[in-house]
Design a protein around this ligand. Structure first.
Ligand SMILES: Nc1nc2c(ncn2[C@@H]2O[C@H](COP(=O)(O)OP(=O)(O)OP(=O)(O)O)[C@@H](O)[C@H]2O)c(=O)[nH]1
Length: 408
């Protein structure tokens, strides 16, 4: 169901048959009501069959076991059988509840049977008029969603009655006129009741469709908003060039790790990573190549880390890494692995003499340290020490043991 069609909503207009003007909505309505309609029809057929069978008993009481009774019983039994067969068929195939042929044939049999009884029955004409009136009302009330069929059937019944009454059971003009009036009134009441029920049912359905459409749109809007929020969050926390965390987001996460490490007494190390002679590379090959180098080195750094490690762009060509649960020895090992990986990088626009390299400064958060910045400062100092020692190396801050301050 498209949104445009649903705009019909509460005001979804109905035609003279009390069906939706919008054929798609009408089809949806019928499909939705299929089970209910077939159930209703089945029940109607059972009721009609039951009435016809009961009438056999009434006929017997009135006529005795004569030839007229047998003829009547055969007609009534035949009609009841047709109804039961159709009810069973619809029970197995609910989708066929609106098949015109079997339904119209059964109706034709039932109403013809009813008309024939007028000929065979010696009862008063008042009884026949009442039975035709009851049958007409039953059609309006029991047959779901088929006004054209209902009108045809009621017309057949009324016309048949007048014909039978005129040809075989001549009535006085007064009796004929009042019978026709009774039938007309029954049909009018039936039609009005049918129309009222039908309109109510369809309006409720249109409301439901509207509500569902509104809910669907709302859900779609919520999902779009959530997606947008996620995009905004991602944009606010990510460096647009390299795709790793930006400085702000890195520090948010690193602060959490800092407090956890201090609380739990576990190690936390910081690595400052700086691309060597990046300015020269930028000046020689231009900013676009510089950007590509930054992106490549950033993903190279990220690839040597565990999921729990943090990496962010500190600024320019400098990256910062936080390694929870890692002491200086482990951090040095990781930094060396990173340094080696960067030196082995090959970019098509750079020749062999222009190998990429990084210098890394490492520091460990001290147990009694109140701020993360102190450890960062020490890592930065170690980095600049590495730069002044000739670059492409890993330097550990305040390291007394020179074996850990590895140099390439
Ligand atoms: N392409 C590009 N260049 C950047 C970006 N941010 C900073 N830079 C450049 O990075 C260079 C940093 O150079 P310096 O800090 O002098 O250091 P260096 O040339 O790498 O030398 P050392 O660090 O001493 O090895 C400058 O030329 C900046 O313009 C960026 O986002 N893209």
């Amino acid at each position: 169901m498209t949104a445009g069609k649903n705009e019909a909503g509460v005001g979804a207009s109905l035609n003279w048959r009390d069906e939706f003007h919008d054929s798609a909505l009408e089809t949806l309505f019928r499909r939705t009501m299929q089970i209910q309609d077939s159930e209703q029809l089945r029940r109607a057929l059972w009721i009609v069959a039951g009435i016809f069978l009961l009438l056999i008993v009434a006929d017997y009481l009135l006529l005795g076991a004569g030839a007229e009774f047998l003829a009547l019983a055969a007609i009534r039994f035949g009609v009841a059988l047709c109804c039961l067969a159709l009810a069973r068929f619809i029970g197995h195939h609910p989708a066929h509840a609106h098949w015109p042929l079997p339904l119209n044939l059964v109706y034709l049999a039932a109403s013809t049977g009813l008309l024939l009884t007028i000929l065979l029955y010696p009862g008063s004409i008042g009884l026949h008029v009442s039975s035709i009136v009851m049958a007409s009302l039953a059609i309006y009330l029991l047959v779901p969603n088929r006004l054209t069929w209902i009108l045809t059937w009621s017309g057949y019944l009324a016309f048949g009655f007048v014909l039978v009454a005129a040809l075989w059971k001549p009535l006085s003009p007064g009796m004929l006129a009042s019978s026709i009036l009774m039938l007309g009134f029954a049909n009018l009441m039936g039609w009005l009741t049918y129309s009222r029920l039908n309109r109510l049912q369809r309006r409720q359905f249109a409301l439901l469709v509207d509500e569902r459409e509104a809910n669907r749109k709302l859900q779609q809007e919520i999902e779009e908003r959530q997606l947008l929020e996620a995009q905004l969050r991602h944009m606010a926390s990510t460096d647009p060039l390299t795709g790793i965390a930006n400085r702000r987001h890195f520090f948010e996460q690193a602060e959490r790790e800092f407090h956890r490490a201090q609380r739990e007494g576990t190690p936390l190390t910081i690595c400052m990573v700086d691309i060597d002679l990046f300015k020269t590379l930028n000046d020689h090959h231009g900013h676009a190549v510089g950007d590509l180098v930054l992106t490549t080195v950033a993903s190279c750094c990220a690839s040597v880390l565990r999921e729990t490690d943090l990496i962010g762009r500190y600024g320019g060509e400098e990256f910062v890494i936080a390694l929870p649960q890692a002491d200086l020895e482990t951090a040095t090992f990781i930094a060396e692995r990173l340094r080696h990986k960067v030196t082995s990088l090959r970019l098509p626009m750079l020749d062999e003499s222009q190998r990429l390299s990084v210098t890394v400064g490492i520091s460990q958060v001290e147990p009694d340290e109140a701020k993360l910045e102190s450890a960062l400062q020490r890592a930065d100092d170690a980095l600049y020490a590495g730069k002044s020692q000739g670059r492409n190396c890993v330097i550990v801050a305040d390291e007394a043991d020179p074996s850990l301050a590895a140099r390439a």
